[in-house]
Design a protein around this ligand. Sequence first.
Ligand SMILES: Nc1nc(=O)c2c([nH]1)NC[C@@H]1CN(c3ccc(C(=O)N[C@@H](CCC(=O)O)C(=O)O)cc3)CN21
Ligand SMILES: CC(C)C(=O)C(=O)O
Ligand SMILES: [Mg+2]
Length: 263
Amino acid sequence: MKTTLTTLQQRAAQGEKLAVLTCYDATFATLLEAAGVDILLVGDSLGMVLQGQHSTLPVSLHDMAYHTAAVARGATHSFIIADLPFGSYQASPAQALRSAAALMAAGAHCVKLEGGAVMVETVAFLSARGIPVCAHLGLLPQSVNALGGYKVQGKTDSAAQQLLADAQALEQAGACMVLMEAVPAALAKAVTGTLHVPTIGIGAGPDCSAQVLVLHDMLGITPGKRTRFVKNFMEGADSIQAAVNAYVQAVKSGQFPAPEHCF
Ligand SMILES: Nc1nc(=O)c2c([nH]1)NC[C@@H]1CN(c3ccc(C(=O)N[C@@H](CCC(=O)O)C(=O)O)cc3)CN21
Ligand SMILES: CC(C)C(=O)C(=O)O
Ligand SMILES: [Mg+2]
């Protein structure tokens, strides 16, 4: 049976933790689906892990459509979210609609965009036109140059209040899910408790409705130092399938993320 937005929202509302991983190709789409991953995220992190870029900014809409189509061919019943890349949606709601349409035509079931209050009008515009939108809050990698690095967000009282207000405004505008990246666990818990739609966390503590990691990070093959919220699931696993199974089990049971993965 196809996993739909409705079934995901129902399962999250019943308290089931959802397991999400990034996915960029057909082979992994088939593998992740067989292991019980609930949502495949075609992330613009592909610029870093596949293309070797130093940020996600150089990723094009064409790149995203290419990888989304590959994932869609490998998956038969998964819910696929695709990132709108830098520069493809910020100019106007009309620009966002054209870009989102390209990703939906490539096989996505939902698009994700980065930003809070500034994206409310765009989220409303896309949602009203039949495009499910996941809003991405907290650490916004496409804004790395303004943020001054990949740093934890929402640490001050005023930043936390702003993030909560943004999440509520985006839900009101029609966002079907809200992803939070690198924020204090207590803030993500408060947001999850306030919203009606599922939340997806990465470095956002154990109380989000869903967890996501970059595939290459959880397989322990990303070069360089591991960030705090990453766990290498290949440790103690004898295959990639076993590692992905272990990730799904750890998310479903609430064992991942543990306190050492949280801010
Ligand atoms: N492979 C990969 N995994 C990711 O999770 C990921 C990407 N790439 N590319 C885009 C962004 C960048 N990401 C990051 C990177 C670092 C931190 C991080 O935890 N930074 C440290 C140090 C920050 C500082 O210097 O103050 C932190 O403690 O916040 C968080 C998210 C997440 N995303
Ligand atoms: C890390 C997740 C949230 C993402 O946006 C990506 O993979 O691009
Ligand atoms: Mg992204």
